[in-house]
Design a protein around this ligand. Structure first.
Ligand code: NAD
Length: 263
Protein backbone atom coordinates (compact mmCIF):
# COMPACT_ATOMS: atom_id res chain seq x y z
CA UNK A 1 0.00 0.00 0.00
CA UNK A 2 1.42 3.42 -0.92
CA UNK A 3 0.35 6.89 0.14
CA UNK A 4 1.07 9.51 2.77
CA UNK A 5 -0.52 7.33 5.49
CA UNK A 6 0.61 3.93 4.24
CA UNK A 7 0.90 1.43 7.08
CA UNK A 8 -0.98 3.58 9.58
CA UNK A 9 -4.00 2.37 11.51
CA UNK A 10 -6.39 5.28 12.06
CA UNK A 11 -9.53 5.69 14.16
CA UNK A 12 -12.00 8.45 13.29
CA UNK A 13 -14.93 9.34 15.56
CA UNK A 14 -17.93 11.15 14.16
CA UNK A 15 -17.14 9.25 10.96
CA UNK A 16 -20.70 9.04 9.62
CA UNK A 17 -20.78 12.52 8.13
CA UNK A 18 -19.19 15.94 7.71
CA UNK A 19 -15.50 16.27 8.56
CA UNK A 20 -15.25 12.69 9.81
CA UNK A 21 -16.47 11.08 6.60
CA UNK A 22 -14.35 13.29 4.32
CA UNK A 23 -11.35 12.43 6.48
CA UNK A 24 -12.04 8.68 6.24
CA UNK A 25 -12.14 8.98 2.44
CA UNK A 26 -8.81 10.81 2.31
CA UNK A 27 -7.23 8.52 4.92
CA UNK A 28 -8.21 5.48 2.83
CA UNK A 29 -6.96 7.09 -0.38
CA UNK A 30 -3.63 7.78 1.37
CA UNK A 31 -3.19 4.12 2.24
CA UNK A 32 -4.38 4.03 5.87
CA UNK A 33 -6.47 1.32 7.49
CA UNK A 34 -9.46 3.07 9.05
CA UNK A 35 -11.85 2.27 11.89
CA UNK A 36 -14.92 4.42 11.28
CA UNK A 37 -16.76 5.15 14.55
CA UNK A 38 -20.05 6.90 15.16
CA UNK A 39 -23.07 6.71 17.47
CA UNK A 40 -25.37 6.44 14.43
CA UNK A 41 -24.97 2.88 13.10
CA UNK A 42 -27.26 3.35 10.10
CA UNK A 43 -25.47 6.48 8.90
CA UNK A 44 -22.16 4.74 9.52
CA UNK A 45 -23.04 1.91 7.13
CA UNK A 46 -23.87 4.42 4.40
CA UNK A 47 -20.66 6.30 5.13
CA UNK A 48 -18.56 3.14 4.82
CA UNK A 49 -20.16 2.49 1.42
CA UNK A 50 -19.11 5.98 0.34
CA UNK A 51 -15.51 5.31 1.37
CA UNK A 52 -15.52 2.04 -0.59
CA UNK A 53 -16.98 3.88 -3.59
CA UNK A 54 -13.87 6.10 -3.65
CA UNK A 55 -11.40 3.34 -2.73
CA UNK A 56 -12.76 -0.13 -3.43
CA UNK A 57 -9.84 -1.98 -1.78
CA UNK A 58 -9.77 0.22 1.35
CA UNK A 59 -9.19 -1.63 4.63
CA UNK A 60 -11.97 -0.19 6.79
CA UNK A 61 -14.30 -1.33 9.52
CA UNK A 62 -17.29 0.20 11.25
CA UNK A 63 -17.65 0.54 14.99
CA UNK A 64 -20.76 1.90 16.68
CA UNK A 65 -19.51 3.93 19.61
CA UNK A 66 -20.77 6.56 22.02
CA UNK A 67 -17.69 8.65 22.80
CA UNK A 68 -19.21 9.88 26.07
CA UNK A 69 -19.03 6.32 27.48
CA UNK A 70 -15.56 5.13 28.45
CA UNK A 71 -16.21 1.42 27.92
CA UNK A 72 -17.43 2.16 24.41
CA UNK A 73 -14.27 4.12 23.58
CA UNK A 74 -12.04 1.47 25.17
CA UNK A 75 -13.63 -1.19 22.94
CA UNK A 76 -13.29 1.08 19.92
CA UNK A 77 -9.55 1.51 20.42
CA UNK A 78 -9.13 -2.22 21.12
CA UNK A 79 -10.77 -2.94 17.75
CA UNK A 80 -7.56 -1.76 16.05
CA UNK A 81 -5.47 -4.33 17.97
CA UNK A 82 -5.90 -6.99 15.31
CA UNK A 83 -4.19 -4.59 12.86
CA UNK A 84 -1.30 -4.00 15.30
CA UNK A 85 -2.80 -1.12 17.29
CA UNK A 86 -3.83 2.44 16.50
CA UNK A 87 -1.30 4.98 15.12
CA UNK A 88 -3.64 7.92 14.50
CA UNK A 89 -6.61 8.86 16.67
CA UNK A 90 -8.96 11.55 15.31
CA UNK A 91 -11.30 12.54 18.17
CA UNK A 92 -13.77 14.42 16.02
CA UNK A 93 -17.30 13.56 17.23
CA UNK A 94 -19.13 16.54 18.65
CA UNK A 95 -22.54 18.14 19.02
CA UNK A 96 -23.95 21.66 19.02
CA UNK A 97 -27.37 21.44 20.62
CA UNK A 98 -30.33 23.55 19.48
CA UNK A 99 -31.12 24.54 23.09
CA UNK A 100 -27.57 25.77 23.77
CA UNK A 101 -27.83 29.49 24.46
CA UNK A 102 -26.41 32.12 26.84
CA UNK A 103 -25.61 31.93 30.57
CA UNK A 104 -29.23 32.50 31.55
CA UNK A 105 -31.07 30.35 29.02
CA UNK A 106 -28.88 27.25 28.58
CA UNK A 107 -30.51 24.28 30.37
CA UNK A 108 -28.13 22.44 32.70
CA UNK A 109 -28.86 19.12 31.02
CA UNK A 110 -27.75 20.58 27.67
CA UNK A 111 -24.59 21.88 29.31
CA UNK A 112 -23.83 18.43 30.73
CA UNK A 113 -24.66 16.59 27.49
CA UNK A 114 -22.39 18.92 25.50
CA UNK A 115 -19.45 18.54 27.91
CA UNK A 116 -19.93 14.76 28.09
CA UNK A 117 -19.61 14.32 24.33
CA UNK A 118 -17.34 17.20 23.31
CA UNK A 119 -14.91 17.15 26.26
CA UNK A 120 -15.13 13.83 28.05
CA UNK A 121 -15.30 12.05 24.68
CA UNK A 122 -12.00 13.65 23.66
CA UNK A 123 -10.44 12.75 27.01
CA UNK A 124 -11.52 9.10 26.70
CA UNK A 125 -10.26 8.93 23.12
CA UNK A 126 -6.92 10.45 24.10
CA UNK A 127 -6.59 8.24 27.18
CA UNK A 128 -7.21 4.96 25.39
CA UNK A 129 -5.05 5.99 22.45
CA UNK A 130 -2.13 6.61 24.86
CA UNK A 131 -2.68 3.23 26.56
CA UNK A 132 -2.76 1.51 23.17
CA UNK A 133 0.35 3.35 21.88
CA UNK A 134 2.24 2.12 24.94
CA UNK A 135 0.87 -1.41 24.71
CA UNK A 136 1.98 -1.71 21.08
CA UNK A 137 5.32 0.08 21.57
CA UNK A 138 4.45 2.92 19.16
CA UNK A 139 6.97 5.76 18.92
CA UNK A 140 5.53 8.12 16.28
CA UNK A 141 1.83 8.64 16.71
CA UNK A 142 -0.66 11.45 16.21
CA UNK A 143 -3.84 12.43 18.04
CA UNK A 144 -5.98 15.14 16.48
CA UNK A 145 -8.81 16.61 18.54
CA UNK A 146 -11.51 18.69 16.87
CA UNK A 147 -12.06 22.00 18.64
CA UNK A 148 -13.41 25.09 16.83
CA UNK A 149 -12.56 28.68 15.93
CA UNK A 150 -15.19 29.66 18.55
CA UNK A 151 -12.67 28.64 21.20
CA UNK A 152 -10.46 31.51 19.98
CA UNK A 153 -12.98 34.32 19.48
CA UNK A 154 -15.86 35.88 21.37
CA UNK A 155 -19.19 35.73 19.58
CA UNK A 156 -22.33 37.69 20.45
CA UNK A 157 -24.39 34.83 19.00
CA UNK A 158 -24.27 32.60 22.08
CA UNK A 159 -23.82 28.85 22.30
CA UNK A 160 -22.14 28.88 25.68
CA UNK A 161 -21.91 25.16 26.42
CA UNK A 162 -20.43 24.47 22.97
CA UNK A 163 -17.92 27.32 23.18
CA UNK A 164 -16.80 26.25 26.66
CA UNK A 165 -16.44 22.65 25.51
CA UNK A 166 -14.20 23.63 22.59
CA UNK A 167 -12.04 25.84 24.84
CA UNK A 168 -11.56 22.78 27.04
CA UNK A 169 -10.48 20.72 24.02
CA UNK A 170 -7.78 23.28 23.18
CA UNK A 171 -6.43 23.44 26.73
CA UNK A 172 -6.55 19.66 27.22
CA UNK A 173 -4.84 18.94 23.89
CA UNK A 174 -2.02 21.42 24.58
CA UNK A 175 -1.29 19.81 27.93
CA UNK A 176 -1.47 16.27 26.53
CA UNK A 177 1.06 17.35 23.88
CA UNK A 178 3.52 18.43 26.56
CA UNK A 179 3.00 15.41 28.82
CA UNK A 180 3.56 12.84 26.06
CA UNK A 181 6.07 14.63 23.81
CA UNK A 182 9.05 12.52 24.93
CA UNK A 183 7.11 9.33 24.19
CA UNK A 184 6.69 10.45 20.55
CA UNK A 185 2.93 10.92 20.87
CA UNK A 186 1.83 14.17 19.18
CA UNK A 187 -1.42 15.95 20.04
CA UNK A 188 -2.87 18.81 17.98
CA UNK A 189 -6.24 20.56 17.90
CA UNK A 190 -8.10 21.26 14.68
CA UNK A 191 -10.01 24.56 14.77
CA UNK A 192 -12.49 24.61 11.87
CA UNK A 193 -14.34 27.75 10.87
CA UNK A 194 -18.10 27.66 10.12
CA UNK A 195 -18.80 24.80 7.70
CA UNK A 196 -21.24 23.58 5.17
CA UNK A 197 -22.03 20.42 7.20
CA UNK A 198 -25.29 19.22 8.82
CA UNK A 199 -24.06 20.19 12.30
CA UNK A 200 -24.19 23.91 11.50
CA UNK A 201 -26.49 24.05 8.47
CA UNK A 202 -29.35 22.19 10.18
CA UNK A 203 -28.92 24.39 13.24
CA UNK A 204 -29.13 27.57 11.11
CA UNK A 205 -32.00 26.17 9.02
CA UNK A 206 -33.81 28.80 6.94
CA UNK A 207 -33.43 31.54 9.55
CA UNK A 208 -32.08 34.33 7.28
CA UNK A 209 -31.28 36.70 10.16
CA UNK A 210 -29.33 34.02 12.03
CA UNK A 211 -27.35 33.27 8.86
CA UNK A 212 -26.66 36.94 8.09
CA UNK A 213 -25.32 37.57 11.63
CA UNK A 214 -22.57 35.08 10.77
CA UNK A 215 -22.02 35.34 7.02
CA UNK A 216 -21.28 39.06 7.10
CA UNK A 217 -18.06 38.30 8.99
CA UNK A 218 -16.61 35.71 6.59
CA UNK A 219 -13.51 37.15 4.83
CA UNK A 220 -13.87 34.51 2.11
CA UNK A 221 -17.61 35.17 1.74
CA UNK A 222 -18.54 31.50 2.15
CA UNK A 223 -18.80 28.59 4.56
CA UNK A 224 -15.93 26.13 4.56
CA UNK A 225 -16.27 22.61 3.19
CA UNK A 226 -15.62 19.49 5.25
CA UNK A 227 -12.99 18.31 2.79
CA UNK A 228 -10.93 21.45 3.45
CA UNK A 229 -10.70 20.30 7.07
CA UNK A 230 -9.93 16.73 6.02
CA UNK A 231 -6.87 17.86 4.03
CA UNK A 232 -5.51 19.51 7.19
CA UNK A 233 -6.20 16.35 9.20
CA UNK A 234 -4.23 14.22 6.72
CA UNK A 235 -1.25 16.54 7.23
CA UNK A 236 -1.54 16.38 11.03
CA UNK A 237 -1.93 12.59 10.91
CA UNK A 238 1.04 12.01 8.61
CA UNK A 239 4.75 12.07 9.40
CA UNK A 240 4.95 15.27 7.30
CA UNK A 241 3.86 17.09 10.48
CA UNK A 242 6.39 15.30 12.71
CA UNK A 243 7.54 18.63 14.30
CA UNK A 244 4.01 20.02 14.73
CA UNK A 245 2.83 19.47 18.29
CA UNK A 246 0.44 21.19 20.69
CA UNK A 247 -0.91 23.59 18.06
CA UNK A 248 -4.33 25.13 17.63
CA UNK A 249 -4.41 24.30 13.90
CA UNK A 250 -6.82 26.87 12.49
CA UNK A 251 -8.63 26.21 9.18
CA UNK A 252 -11.20 29.02 9.07
CA UNK A 253 -10.76 31.01 5.84
CA UNK A 254 -9.12 33.80 7.86
CA UNK A 255 -12.17 34.45 10.05
CA UNK A 256 -10.27 34.52 13.34
CA UNK A 257 -7.88 37.13 11.90
CA UNK A 258 -10.61 39.47 10.68
CA UNK A 259 -11.32 42.93 12.11
CA UNK A 260 -13.22 44.76 9.39
CA UNK A 261 -15.20 42.58 7.01
CA UNK A 262 -13.73 42.12 3.52
CA UNK A 263 -15.98 43.36 0.67
P1 NAD B 1 -21.61 16.39 11.75
O1 NAD B 1 -22.83 16.60 12.57
O2 NAD B 1 -21.70 16.27 10.28
O3 NAD B 1 -20.80 15.13 12.31
C1 NAD B 1 -20.70 14.84 13.68
C2 NAD B 1 -20.82 13.33 13.86
O4 NAD B 1 -20.63 13.01 15.25
C3 NAD B 1 -22.20 12.78 13.47
O5 NAD B 1 -22.06 11.74 12.51
C4 NAD B 1 -22.79 12.27 14.78
O6 NAD B 1 -23.62 11.14 14.63
C5 NAD B 1 -21.52 11.97 15.57
N1 NAD B 1 -21.76 11.93 17.02
C6 NAD B 1 -22.53 12.77 17.75
N2 NAD B 1 -22.54 12.38 19.04
C7 NAD B 1 -21.72 11.29 19.13
C8 NAD B 1 -21.33 10.44 20.20
N3 NAD B 1 -21.77 10.65 21.45
N4 NAD B 1 -20.48 9.42 19.93
C9 NAD B 1 -20.05 9.19 18.67
N5 NAD B 1 -20.41 9.95 17.61
C10 NAD B 1 -21.24 11.00 17.84
O7 NAD B 1 -20.66 17.59 12.14
P2 NAD B 1 -19.25 18.15 11.61
O8 NAD B 1 -19.48 19.54 11.18
O9 NAD B 1 -18.57 17.21 10.70
O10 NAD B 1 -18.51 18.21 13.01
C11 NAD B 1 -17.39 17.44 13.35
C12 NAD B 1 -16.65 18.17 14.45
O11 NAD B 1 -16.27 19.47 13.97
C13 NAD B 1 -17.46 18.41 15.72
O12 NAD B 1 -16.64 18.19 16.86
C14 NAD B 1 -17.84 19.88 15.61
O13 NAD B 1 -18.07 20.46 16.87
C15 NAD B 1 -16.62 20.45 14.93
N6 NAD B 1 -16.83 21.74 14.27
C16 NAD B 1 -17.79 21.89 13.32
C17 NAD B 1 -17.96 23.14 12.73
C18 NAD B 1 -19.04 23.37 11.71
O14 NAD B 1 -19.29 24.53 11.34
N7 NAD B 1 -19.69 22.34 11.21
C19 NAD B 1 -17.14 24.22 13.07
C20 NAD B 1 -16.17 24.02 14.03
C21 NAD B 1 -16.01 22.77 14.63
Amino acid sequence: MSGRLAGKNCIVTGAAGGIGLETCILFAKEGASVVMADINGEALEKAAAVVLHFKADARIKNFVCDVSREESVQNLVASADEWGGVDVMFNNAGIMHGLDADAVETPEKIWDLTQNINVKGVWFGSKHAVLSFRKHGKKATSVINTASFVALMGAATPQLAYTASKGAVLAMTRELAMIHAREGFRFNSLCPGPLNTPLLQEWLGDDAEKRFRREVHFPSGRFGEAIEQAHAVVFLASDESSFVNGTDFVVDGGLSKAYVTAL
